[in-house]
Design a protein around this ligand. Structure first.
Ligand SMILES: NC(=O)c1ccc[n+]([C@@H]2O[C@H](COP(=O)([O-])OP(=O)(O)OC[C@H]3O[C@@H](n4cnc5c(N)ncnc54)[C@H](OP(=O)(O)O)[C@@H]3O)[C@@H](O)[C@H]2O)c1
Length: 486
C-alpha cells in the first residue's frame, strides 16, 4: 500500500525513551502517528537500537499490532552536542523540528554540583537547549516536575516557578534550575512544560520498570512483612508506629495517564506554550497504601502516631522499615495543592485513574512477579533487520524511478514491527536515507517487517516475488502482499 501520511512530516526528538515515562510516551506518540527519533545511550550489555527495539516489541505484544519504529540515535544528554555522531547531527538538522526533553536522573540525595543529579538534570538540559538552538529546532516540550515548587504549601499555580521556596533535595533543586533555564531560553518559538506529580505504575497492568516513589514503600513492605511468621490464624503481627496521621494527601498519578495526557497536549498546538500540572483529581493517603498492603499480606499492627520522634523502635519490623524509607521521609509532611486549570482545559476529558486497593494489589502482584526489578530480563535481538537489507529498498526505489513522472522524487518506507524502521529513497542521490521524506507530498510505503522478510526469503529462492519483476504494480504487490499494517 502506498499512502500519504497525515501526520506532520518533521520528526520529534525524544529523550529518556527507555525510562518509565519515556517508554509510555514512545508508545503513545508512535501510535498517534508522530514521527519520532530517540536519543538513547548504549549500555554495557545492549546497544541503544536494541534497547528501543525491545521496548517497541514489548508494546506490540501488549497492543496486539505493530508500531512504526523510531529513528534511533545513539547519544547522551550529558555530553555537549548530546554525544551524536556528525552524521546523526546532520540528520537532526534536516529532519527534526521539535524536541521532547524527558530524560533525567531521579536521585534524591545531596551531591556536589559536578555530580548527579546535576549533570543530567541541569547540565543535560542545558546541552539539549543548546543543541536545539544549534540545529534550529524551534518547538520545545520539557518534562519538569510538580515538585519544582520545593517545600511550598497551599496552592501552587501552573504558571508559577520562583517563590522563594526551599528544596527538600538536590533532585527538586536541579529540576527547578533546569525549568528556569528552559523558560529563560529565547531560542524557541514555543516552550511547553509538563509538571507531573509523583508517577507510579500502570493503572491497569501494574507495570513499572522502576521502583522508587510509592514503589519503594510497596517493595519494602513486600520484603519485610513476609519475614514475620504468621500466628495460628495466618495473621502476621507487624507492629509499627508511623510518624503521621495517615490522612496526609499525596499527589500520585499513574504512568499510563501521565503519558496519555502529555500526548494529547503535545498533539494540540493550542496547548503549546503553556505549563501543565499533571496532578490527580483524588489524592492518595498513606493509610490507603499501608492498609492495602496489610490486607494483601494478611498483616496487622500499624499505628499512626502523628509527628512524633520515634526514638526507641518497638520491634525489628519498625526499625527496618523506618531505616529504609530514608530519603523519602521529607515527603511525609507537606504536599501542596497543584492547580490544574490548564490541564482541565486541554486534557480534562481524560479521567485520572483513582488509586484504590485493587490497584495497589495489582502493583504488588506485578512487583512480586518482577522480583522487584531483579527478574532476569531476556535481551532482545530481532531475527530480521531491515537495516541489513536496504539494497532491497534501494532496488525498489530505482525501479519505481522509471514509472514516476517526476525527475526528483522521494519514496518513504515505513517498515513497522520488529526489525523495522523508517527510510526513504531519493531519486536525486539514488540512495537510501534514514527517516521518512520531509516533504509530505512524497509517497510512503507502509509495510510490516515480517512481510519484507518474506519477500527477502522468496527473493533468495527466486520465486515470483523477486523484485526484478517488471511492473510497478507487481512490485507493489510483492511488497504489500495481503497483510499490510493499517
Ligand atoms: N517518576 C516520577 O515520579 C516523576 C515525577 C515527576 C516528574 N518526573 C520527570 O519525568 C521524566 C521521566 O522520569 P522517569 O520516571 O521516566 O525516569 P526514569 O524511569 O529514571 O527514566 C529516565 C530516563 O532518562 C534517561 N537518561 C538519564 N540520563 C541520561 C543521559 N545522560 N543521556 C540520555 N538519557 C539519559 C534514562 O536513560 P537510561 O535508560 O540510559 O538510564 C531514562 O531513559 C523526568 O524528567 C523526571 O524528572 C518523574
Amino acid at each position: 500500500m502506498i499512502r500519504y501520511l497525515e501526520s506532520k512530516p518533521q520528526y520529534t526528538l525524544l529523550t529518556g525513551a527507555t525510562g518509565l515515562v519515556g517508554r509510555y510516551l514512545l508508545k503513545d506518540l508512535l501510535a498517534a502517528g508522530v514521527r519520532l527519533a530517540v536519543i538513547v545511550r548504549d549500555t554495557k550489555r545492549q546497544l541503544a537500537a536494541d534497547r528501543i527495539s525491545q521496548i517497541c516489541d514489548f508494546w506490540e505484544k501488549e497492543l496486539g499490532h505493530e508500531l512504526p519504529r523510531p529513528v534511533c540515535l545513539t547519544g547522551d544528554v550529558g555530553q555537549p552536542g548530546l554525544g551524536l555522531s556528525v552524521a546523526d547531527l546532520a540528520w537532526v538538522e534536516t529532519h527534526c523540528d521539535t524536541c521532547f526533553h524527558n530524560a533525567a536522573i531521579l536521585r534524591f540525595d545531596s551531591a556536589p554540583r559536578h555530580q548527579e543529579p546535576w549533570l543530567t538534570n541541569l547540565d543535560g538540559t542545558q546541552n539539549v537547549v543548546e543543541f536545539c538552538e544549534a540545529t534550529g529546532i524551534p518547538n520545545f516540550h520539557y518534562v519538569s516536575t510538580a515538585y519544582v515548587c520545593g517545600d511550598r504549601s497551599g496552592v501552587v499555580m501552573e504558571g508559577e516557578l520562583r517563590a522563594n521556596q526551599g528544596f527538600r533535595n538536590d533532585y527538586e533543586k536541579s529540576k527547578y534550575f533546569a525549568e528556569k533555564l528552559v523558560r529563560d531560553a529565547d531560542c524557541f518559538q514555543s516552550t511547553t512544560i509538563y509538571r507531573p506529580a509523583v508517577i507510579t505504575a500502570d493503572a491497569k497492568t501494574g507495570y513499572t520498570n522502576t521502583y522508587h516513589g510509592l514503589h519503594l514503600y510497596l517493595r519494602l513492605m513486600a520484603l519485610l512483612i513476609p519475614e514475620v511468621e504468621p500466628d495460628e490464624n495466618g495473621v502476621r503481627h507487624t507492629e509499627i508506629r508511623l510518624p503521621m496521621t495517615g490522612e496526609e494527601q499525596r499527589n500520585v498519578v499513574t504512568v499510563d495517564w501521565v503519558s496519555e495526557v502529555m500526548t494529547k497536549l503535545f498533539l494540540n498546538s493550542d496547548a503549546h506554550g503553556k505549563t501543565f500540572h499533571i496532578a490527580p483529581t483524588k489524592k492518595l493517603t498513606p493509610k490507603l497504601v499501608i492498609e492495602s498492603c496489610y490486607n494483601y499480606f494478611n498483616s496487622t499492627g500499624v499505628q499512626y502516631v502523628g509527628p512524633e520522634d520515634l526514638n526507641n523502635p518497638i520491634g525489628k519490623f519498625e526499625r527496618d522499615f523506618l531505616a529504609n524509607v530514608g530519603v523519602y521521609t521529607s515527603y511525609d509532611k507537606v504536599d501542596p495543592i497543584f492547580d490544574t486549570t490548564n490541564l482541565k482545559k486541554f486534557a480534562g476529558g481524560i479521567s485520572c485513574p483513582e488509586i484504590d486497593e485493587p490497584m495497589i494489589w495489582r502493583f504488588l502482584k506485578f512487583g512480586e512477579n518482577d522480583k522487584w526489578g531483579k527478574r532476569k530480563k531476556r535481551f532482545h535481538c530481532s531475527d530480521f533487520q531491515v537495516e541489513k537489507h536496504l539494497t532491497l529498498l534501494k532496488d525498489f526505489g530505482k525501479t519505481m524511478k522509471s514509472y514516476i513522472d517526476k525527475v526528483d522524487f522521494e519514496l518513504g518506507f515505513d517498515v513497522v514491527g520488529d526489525g523495522g524502521g523508517q527510510w526513504y529513497y531519493s531519486s536525486r542521490s539514488n540512495q537510501i536515507h534514514r527517516g521518512l521524506p520531509n516533504d509530505n507530498d512524497q509517497p510512503v510505503v507502509r509495510i510490516k517487517a515480517s512481510s519484507l522478510q518474506k519477500i527477502v526469503s522468496q527473493k533468495k529462492t527466486g520465486s515470483r516475488c523477486d523484485l526484478t519483476d517488471s511492473s510497478p504494480i507487481g512490485l507493489l504487490k510483492s511488497f504489500v502482499n495481503a497483510d499490510v499494517y493499517n
